[in-house]
Design a protein around this ligand. Sequence first.
Ligand code: PHE
Ligand code: FE
Length: 296
Amino acid sequence: MQTPRRVEHELTDKGYVPVYTTAVVEQPWDSYSPEDHDTWAQLFQRQQEILRGRACAEFLDNQRRMGMTANAIPKFADLNVHLQAATGWKLIAVEGLLPELTFFEHLAAREFPVTWWIRKPEQIDYISEPDLFHDLYGHVPLLMNPIFANYMQAYGAGGVRASTFGNEPLTNLTRLYWYTVEFGLINTPEGPRIYGAGILSSKGESIHSLESATPNQIGFDVRRVMRTRYRIDSYQKTYFVIDSFEQLFKATVDPDFGPIYYDLKGAESIPAGNVLDSDRVYQRGTGEGWPTDADV
Ligand code: PHE
Ligand code: FE
């Protein structure tokens, strides 16, 4: 079998630009080097220690249930046996970033795209685009949770639909994904815990999101989130906290976003670090060291 391509951002005269690819490939498991497996092992072990008492129980329990360990890069086919039984989701291997609509279509079909390649050793602490560790370690365990799994599918279907409405609805929806699936926190009796994959796969942000005095922690509200800008190049200035996956599901999946997109049309966006009078504030961040240039 031919090893699939490793599609990464490219350096042009405009700096680094993302490169998109649509191919669905076979996970070339035999092509992983000992160094690749070692990178997985190092990252896995490090996050396991940090996430005890920080990640939500649904994440940690399901990760164990699927048989993910530090030993070796998991085979997607093995994980798929567990996913199929639990929620009917299926991992598909991809070469890099997908165009937005292609990504939505896969989610709507309960297929989760996972980048087949893992970062290089020199990228252990930071990589600017998703690799196998982020996609698999961060995103996949919660797909075992039936409510979260349904949320992800509905998000995909909502994305396909929003694509026909134009840019503003898509921006609103992207912010929702960012502040839930990637950077979400959830309330538990023991305090806030992490469920967002962007945090779960990051050593620094796992600690920062919960223990630093710098960021805001604000109660989740769909319209508020949809208006909020975000950072892609630093820790988040604000984390939104849900009470339960049921709450997230009820606030997003049942209501038709059509009227919400309509209401938010032309509404001013909210800078990533701002706190509003209407916010339910769990922590007002000190904002120490925040970048002051514009958020995305
Ligand atoms: N309810 C949304 C719509 O009407 C779809 C959606 C579901 C969006 C879940 C995000 C998350 O388009
Ligand atoms: Fe991600």
